[in-house]
Write a new protein. Structure first.
Length: 146
């Protein structure tokens, strides 16, 4: 089973069982962000978690094997048209250089890891309309000289 077929099977089972990503992640003892990413094919899942997910979703062993497979992380190079995803491109276009300048000023020349990384998404109540709060937490990796 490939990652695309795995994703289709997981989404169908999740819908059939009326489970949220948060509820599924809770059953695995993992974060909702990481669980969702693995189920959508962008991370590999350890065997015990993959087997547990398949047990919860009543899916066959082939799905567990696909979850455990190392992903090929790719995306379309064109700017996406989905409004929510496009806004991230817009944010990086507007604030990317600012983020880079502030990270370099605080930490020095380097990058923020997307491997040694965590993310949290939460709702923040606001009288003018609820807000989305996204916290990205990546290890700073300085460039080396040799």
């Amino acid at each position: 089973m490939d990652k695309a077929s795995m994703q289709t099977a997981i989404l169908a089972a999740k819908g059939r069982l009326d489970l949220s990503w948060a509820a599924l992640a809770d059953k695995l003892g993992m974060s909702p962000v990481w669980t969702t990413s693995a189920c959508l094919g962008m991370n590999s899942m350890p065997a015990a978690s993959a087997d547990k997910l398949c047990e919860v979703l009543q899916l066959p062993a082939e799905v567990s094997q696909a979850l455990q497979a190392f992903p090929h992380k790719h995306w379309d190079k064109a700017v996406p048209t989905d409004p929510l995803i496009y806004r991230f491109y817009e944010m990086i276009n507007v604030y990317g250089d600012t983020i880079k300048a502030l990270i370099h000023e605080e930490f020095g020349d380097g990058i923020m890891s997307a491997i040694d990384f965590s993310m949290d998404i939460s709702r923040v109540a606001d009288p003018k309309g609820d807000r989305v709060q996204i916290v990205l937490n990546g290890k700073f990796l300085p460039y080396r000289s040799w």
